[in-house]
Ligand binder design. Structure first.
Ligand code: HEM
Length: 410
């Protein structure tokens, strides 16, 4: 195996079920210039330092020199980038304004207060699983659950989901780099999907402006603080971001979680008897099988020296979070799934100024989902291992997870 070919191997679907041997190979060169252009960073401390380095940019416009995804200039009527693709001070201003209606210090109880509602959604979905000879966890549980939750949080009608699922899929797919591909066409399709999703949301925003409710969309529209109020375009790009992030990530955490638990039945049994285990278990899952495997959207805005390599200004960086999470320099026995692990500062939610905004919600969703699945499914067992995976190397997770069980407990 030549190191220069690793980037193509990571994106190659044939390696989706088990990319970890490739990451191990990759870590032999912590900062690797790939023949396709990007610098791959695969070791824990190097990834951490770059995530905290103000000389790295998330703004796609800085990619113009290297021609990465998202660098194609926007048309004037297009939805502007959301804060995940912006740098300070714009990023910080928009994130602060969005956080006012999501978490501390202004809305500290928003997520906590959703606990009963999350529980009720999980109960309904498990009650409805039907024939226990063959259940598809993804279609019947892991996908509908977080989608219902994010719709409810934002105040988007759940029944419209079929309508915007196609746009959500196109936007999520745009995160997946294809080595050697000219990004212009994909940028165009992605931007069109963002615009259409934005236009759909614009209707709801107008309704909330006239008649605000308790939901986050209403608060984004009406919220006022030291940073002022968001413009309509800012509300739209922020809600598109939240809707997509809520759609495409937690599904993988829950599915990867059940897959890992069915591969480790002794841990599944423990979770059934000790529901408190869910908290450390979800953290260990975020380390062991992270739903966001890599961040392919950073650019250096100055020369940066990392691990003896000078990454030049204007380079495209791929930060391979899932590889950092298995770095033996950082974690003892990293390939072992161990929910009792004490030292667990994983990279699953990123780190630094762009660290996951929705982490408290994603954690709570996964904790409730896995605890209830472990408690109520009688002797669940995989029908296919490994399961078929989704295409994405970035948002990695099974497309289907078929299993059988002996029944559903009350
Ligand atoms: C298990 C589920 C999730 C995982 C693994 C995850 C992972 C991540 C990661 C790795 C980042 C950093 C991206 C970067 O540095 O460029 C991120 C950012 C973000 N996440 Fe999540 N996420 C999850 C769920 C959610 C949910 C449910 C929401 C919304 C409620 C959300 C909203 C966001 C937002 C808005 C950002 C951008 C933050 C910023 O740029 O300041 N995420 N997420």
């Amino acid at each position: 195996m030549t190191q220069a070919s690793l980037l193509r191997q990571i994106t190659d679907y044939a390696n989706r079920a088990d990319p970890y041997p490739l990451y191990k190979e990759l870590r032999r060169t912590p900062v690797l210039r790939d023949e396709d252009g990007p610098y791959l960073v695969s070791t824990y401390w190097e990834i951490q330092s770059l995530l905290h380095d103000p000389r790295t940019s998330s703004d796609a416009r800085n990619l113009a020199t290297t021609g990465g995804y998202g660098a194609t200039p926007l048309e004037e009527t297009s939805l502007p980038p959301s804060f995940i693709r912006l740098d300070p001070p714009e990023h910080d201003r928009l994130r602060r304004m969005a956080m006012r209606s999501f978490g501390p210090p202004h809305t500290p109880r928003r997520i906590h207060d959703m606990r009963d509602a999350l529980h009720a959604i999980v109960t309904d979905l498990i009650d409805g699983l039907g024939n226990t000879d063959r259940i598809d966890l993804v279609e019947q549980f892991s996908y509908p659950f977080p989608v219902t939750v994010i719709c409810r949080l934002l105040g988007v009608p759940r029944e419209d989901e079929a309508h915007f699922r196609t746009w959500a899929d196109i936007i999520a797919a745009s995160l997946d780099p294809v080595p050697g591909e000219d990004p212009t066409e994909r940028d165009r399709t992605t931007q069109q999907a963002r615009n259409e999703l934005g236009m759909y949301l614009a209707g709801l925003v107008e309704e909330r402006r006239r008649k605000p409710g308790e939901d986050m969309l209403s608060e984004l529209v009406t919220g006022k603080g030291p940073d002022g109020t968001m413009t309509t375009m800012e509300v739209l790009s922020t809600s598109v971001l939240l809707l997509i992030a809520g759609h495409e990530t937690t599904v993988n955490l829950i599915t990867n979680g059940m897959l890992t638990l069915m591969r480790h039945p002794e841990v599944l049994q423990r979770l059934r008897n000790e529901p408190g285990l869910a908290v450390p278990l979800v953290e260990e899952l975020l380390r062991y099988e992270p739903p966001v495997q890599l961040i392919p959207q950073r650019t250096t805005i100055a020369d940066i020296e990392v691990s003896g390599v000078t990454i030049p200004k204007g380079a495209s960086l791929w930060l391979v979070l899932a590889s950092g999470n298995r770095d033996p320099e950082r974690f003892t026995d990293p390939d072992r799934f161990d929910p009792d692990r004490k030292d667990i500062q994983h990279l699953g939610f990123g780190s630094g100024i762009h660290a996951c905004f929705g982490a408290p919600l994603a954690r709570l969703e996964a904790q409730i989902a896995l605890t209830e699945l472990a408690r109520r499914l009688d002797n669940p067992r995989l029908l296919e291992d490994p399961p078929p995976y989704r295409q994405s190397a970035v948002l990695r997770g099974p497309r289907h997870l078929h299993f059988a069980c002996d029944g559903i407990r009350p």
